[in-house]
Ligand binder design. Structure first.
Ligand code: PAF
Length: 286
């Protein structure tokens, strides 16, 4: 695996890798903020299966963190991340410094209106402007054919799909399933913040989703009733502070009144200082 830290080097490395892989070769990008876990590695695996060349990036993007959020303490485990990416078959790793990505005086941003204010965007003002801007920059640097993201960040997926559509970017967004620990906790770099006690408390998120899924299997389709059921289930864990429970169309993120196949049920909650998210897509026509 080659590690590139400047935009110029990365552009060149991507062009060379494509050239070496042949005229019709395809290139994948797996953008990350590091603190690599099995969820990220499942994206690399999917990228390896689909594309000839796999590029990944590690960049803790200051633009997507609010002033009171965890930018400074976000886990930075570069050597460990490199070992994992290399073993998983990443060919090119882009790991720029903040000054490389945001030279002083940069004043251009990408804003996906409306969608950026829903779900996580409602709780984290400016977050999706930061995400859309950095992902757009990464797309221009790497020029991938396919970019891989996790379903866990369902609202991020909706925002980036809209960005690709609206700006006519010749890139397909591939969405990979949530990867869970054996006990159901959705994998997240932020799980590292949790004490053993908080980790147990955090299981209430996936429990609430499982409960809602069960109610859907039993025939319940009312979003209001399912939302109340999720809220009740979450309230059984008093240490949890609910941010949102939303039942929405997965593309527009607009509230649904009843669930159909594909409806997104998403929630976010605080466990101590740590904000966790989880979601499910309704699998069956109820
Ligand atoms: O999902 C993430 O880790 C980040 O939001 C991303 C897509 C790498 C942009 O910084």
């Amino acid at each position: 695996m080659r590690i590139l830290t400047t935009i110029q080097e990365m552009r060149l490395a991507c062009r060379q890798a494509r050239h070496n892989a042949g005229a019709d070769s395809s290139l994948a990008l797996v953008p990350t903020m590091g603190a690599i876990h099995q969820g990220h590695l499942s994206l690399v695996e999917a990228a390896r299966e689909e594309c000839d060349v796999v590029a990944a990036s590690i960049f803790v993007n200051p633009l997507q963190f609010g002033p009171t959020e965890d930018f400074a303490r976000y886990p930075r485990t570069f050597d460990d991340d490199c070992a994992k990416f290399s073993a998983a078959g990443v060919d090119l790793l882009f790991a720029p410094a903040p000054e490389e990505m945001y030279p002083a005086g940069a004043t251009t941003f990408v804003e996906v209106a409306k969608l950026s204010e829903r779900l996580d965007g409602a709780s984290r003002p400016g977050h999706f402007r930061g995400v859309a801007t950095v992902v757009n920059k990464l797309f221009h640097i790497v020029s991938p054919d396919v970019a891989f993201f996790g379903q866990k960040d369902a609202s991020q997926v909706a925002v980036l799909q809209a960005m690709v559509r609206d700006l006519n970017l010749p890139i397909r967004i591939a969405v990979c399933p949530i990867v869970r620990e054996a006990d159901g906790l959705a994998m997240s770099s932020r799980n590292r913040y949790l004490s053993p006690e908080q980790r147990t408390q955090a299981l209430a998120l996936c429990r609430a989703l499982r409960h809602v899924e069960e109610r859907i299997h039993q025939g319940e389709t009312s979003a209001a009733i399912l939302r109340a059921a999720a809220a009740e289930e979450l309230s059984r864990e008093p240490a949890l502070r609910l941010d949102y429970i939303e039942i929405v169309d997965p593309n527009t993120l607009e509230p649904a009144t009843s669930v159909v196949a594909g409806t997104l049920i998403a929630l976010a909650a605080w466990v101590g200082e740590t904000r966790l998210i989880d979601n499910l897509r309704v699998a069956l026509a109820p």
